[in-house]
Ligand binder design. Structure first.
Ligand SMILES: [Zn+2]
Length: 130
C-alpha cells in the first residue's frame, strides 16, 4: 500500500520536527499532494489515523490540499493542465504527457508534490505555526 509507506515517512518527519521544538502536542498537519502522485486521500487519512495512535499527534487534524497538475512545452510554450487518456484494456486513466499543440513531450511543472506544508504544534503554553 503506497499511501501507507508515504504517510509513514510524513509522520516520521513531523514527529522529528516536533522533537526539535520540544513540542508536547501536534494539533494540525497540512499536506500538499499533487494530482500526479495518484495517492488516494482516503487511504492517506486512514494511514494517518493508524500511525498517529500513541504519539503526540494523536489528536491532530489532517488537512490535505490538492495541487493541480501543470505541464509546460519547451517547444511551443504551451502551458496548462494535464489531460487523461483511457487505456481500454485496463480501464484506467493515465495522464497524457504530450503537448496538445505540437505533440512533443512536455515538462511537468506541478503535480508531483508530496509536501508537508505546515504543522501546528503546542510548545508549553504557546501554539506556534511554521
Ligand atoms: Zn508544444
Amino acid at each position: 500500500m503506497h499511501e501507507f509507506s508515504t504517510m509513514q515517512s510524513i509522520v516520521n518527519a513531523v514527529l522529528e520536527e516536533a522533537k526539535k521544538h520540544n513540542a508536547k502536542e501536534i494539533s494540525k498537519v497540512i499536506l500538499q499532494i499533487g494530482e500526479l502522485t495518484f495517492l488516494g486521500k482516503e487511504q492517506l487519512k486512514f494511514a494517518f489515523d493508524i500511525l498517529k495512535e500513541g504519539t503526540i499527534m494523536e489528536k491532530a487534524e489532517l488537512v490535505i490540499e490538492d495541487v493541480k497538475a501543470k505541464i509546460k512545452c519547451n517547444y511551443c510554450g504551451y502551458e496548462g493542465g494535464v489531460e487523461y487518456g483511457l487505456k481500454d484494456e485496463f480501464h484506467i486513466y493515465f495522464p497524457i504527457l504530450k503537448c496538445p499543440n505540437c505533440g512533443k513531450n512536455v515538462e511537468i511543472v506541478k503535480g508531483r508534490e508530496c509536501n508537508i506544508k505546515s504543522v501546528e504544534m503546542e510548545i508549553e503554553d504557546a501554539t506556534i505555526k511554521r
